[in-house]
Design a protein around this ligand. Structure first.
Ligand code: AMP
Length: 275
């Protein structure tokens, strides 16, 4: 892959890159379509990164279908897929990590210790292998996006980071490879995430500024659905991810909810009423 990237650069081509864990859905394809606009060559990686999963998580059962992914990627104009095996990315003596100080201390970072260290490390490795001019990430994984943006600034990486809005099913559920884990009943309850965020947006737009109240309303709505267990519901600053007390400027409502044995995340920007 490094040789191929070098060859592309030597012929004066620019490279756009979309990192993924595979098992593509429309969200991934939206990132690829956007990526197409940002480089002469479009490269997609498929790699389920072991170091961003804890032992109790779904690394071993994460869904995959390389043949299907390849044909979907071809259909949106991807030039190259990089799908390394674990050993090619991490040899037995691997010991160098990228760790951010503050951002992993919030939201998903609190229930997934080490997750963002794993993400920042693998994305840096992929950037070094693929040498892109631009890389595309989804707002669905909002904290990941903020972490990557910060890392790119902190380490002076010469890569343009592009964000794509969350692609949803027709009823509002954010698309995710993990949605395939849901039973029919759980699928119905998974709608609670979107409904709670819409409720938060609606209340903020009607003038409710108290973050605690917005969180309470959203949490009550989620708890009313069977099979749900809240990991967190937060209202925070969209850049620092610190909790806010008052939504008197745009704030991020972010949540993670267990639906049965599946942990789902989603987020939306809340905009306060114009005074
Ligand atoms: P994943 O394969 O789940 O690691 O996701 C790869 C990339 O696709 C990440 O940048 C995600 O944020 C993005 N992504 C995943 N689901 C969606 C979605 N529903 N809408 C937009 N982007 C998404």
């Amino acid at each position: 892959m490094q040789q191929e990237a070098r060859r592309l650069l030597q012929t004066g081509k620019t490279i756009a890159f979309v990192p993924t864990m595979g098992y593509f859905h429309e969200g991934h394809l939206a990132l690829m379509r956007e990526g197409r606009k940002h480089g002469d060559a479009l490269i997609v990686s498929i790699f389920v990164n072991p170091i961003q999963f804890s032992h109790s998580e779904d690394f071993k059962t994460y869904p995959g279908n390389l043949d299907r992914d390849v044909s979907l990627a071809e259909s949106v104009g991807v030039d190259l897929i990089f799908a390394p095996d674990t050993g090619a990315m991490y040899d037995n003596a691997f010991q160098t990590y990228i760790d951010l100080e503050m951002l992993p201390g919030y939201l998903c970072g609190t229930s997934r210790p080490g997750h963002f260290r794993g993400v920042a490390t693998v994305v840096t490795k992929l950037f070094n292998i693929i040498k892109p001019h631009a890389a595309v990430f989804g707002e669905k994984d909002y904290q990941q996006l903020v972490v990557i943006r910060r890392m790119v600034r902190d380490l002076n990486l010469d890569i343009k980071i592009i964000a794509i809005p969350t692609v949803r099913e027709s009823d509002g559920l954010a698309m995710s490879s993990r949605n395939t884990y849901l039973s029919e009943d759980e699928r119905r309850s998974s709608l609670s995430l979107f409904q709670a965020l819409k409720k938060g947006q609606g209340s903020a737009a009607q003038g409710i500024k108290d973050a605690k109240q917005l969180i309470r309303e959203a949490s009550e709505l989620i708890r009313a659905y069977p099979y749900t267990k809240i990991d967190y519901v937060a209202v925070c600053d969209p850049e620092t991810l610190e909790d806010v007390d008052l939504v008197d400027r745009p704030a991020l409502m972010a949540l993670a909810v267990w639906v049965g044995k599946t942990r789902l995340i989603d987020n939306m920007i809340l905009k306060p009423i114009e005074d």
